[in-house]
Design a protein around this ligand. Structure first.
Ligand code: COA
Length: 168
């Protein structure tokens, strides 16, 4: 999605394995600032993910429903290259707590060096999601814990199915 006229488009990259309510909180906040948002699942071959890239894209689409301001896709390679190709004005990242900061700061500075036209914008999720992570949700689901308050219904269902099929 290229920028049209004065509209501002941001890129929200991440693993989203799977998307949680914390990510959705950031997405809503980003859409209060930007006209359009590209949510891009990073296919990192080094990261052992539970869901494939296309499954993760499907889960994000299912969780967000139809919204013409949002494009959901996946990419391989560098976030900066994808940001440049997409012509976005900014890269969105969520900052949950101080421990996120060092890694995010380093990545933001490196991305700015690689693609100066797209600065990183950090957004803080609602306090209730600061302790949330996809790994914790997967752990809870693996042992049949309750996950409905952390993920949208389609993701909860997908997690249940995934762990059921892994048990067989
Ligand atoms: N709510 C809940 N959880 C959140 C969250 C939020 N708002 N924001 C982040 N998280 C969690 C995620 O669930 C994830 O949890 P996990 O580690 O348990 O899976 C963790 O924080 C990391 O989140 P994510 O945003 O997916 O970051 P990442 O570190 O997995 O991926 C990329 C970051 C994809 C943007 C980065 O690795 C990248 O750019 N990769 C492409 C290659 C590249 O360009 N490298 C050079 C970078 S300078």
């Amino acid at each position: 999605m290229a920028n049209k006229g004065n509209t501002k488009t941001a890129l929200y990259p991440g693993s989203f394995d799977p998307i949680t309510k914390g990510h959705i909180d950031i997405i809503k906040r980003a859409l209060d600032i930007f006209d359009n948002l590209i949510i891009a699942v990073a296919a990192n071959p080094a990261k052992d993910t539970l869901f494939s890239s296309s499954e993760r894209v499907k889960l994000i689409r299912g969780a967000l429903g139809d919204d013409e301001r949002i494009t959901v896709t996946h990419f391989t390679g560098l976030t900066s290259t994808f940001a440049q190709k997409s012509g976005v004005n900014a890269i969105i990242r969520g900052l949950r707590m101080v421990s996120d900061f060092e890694y995010e700061f380093q990545m933001a500075l490196m991305n700015r060096k690689l693609v100066p036209e797209a600065d990183t914008v950090f957004l803080m999720p609602s306090e209730q999601y600061t302790y949330l992570s996809s790994s914790l949700v997967k752990d809870i689901s693996r042992y049949q814990g309750k996950i409905e308050c952390f993920v949208p219904p389609n993701v909860a269902e997908a997690l249940r199915k995934k762990f059921k099929s892994k048990k067989r």
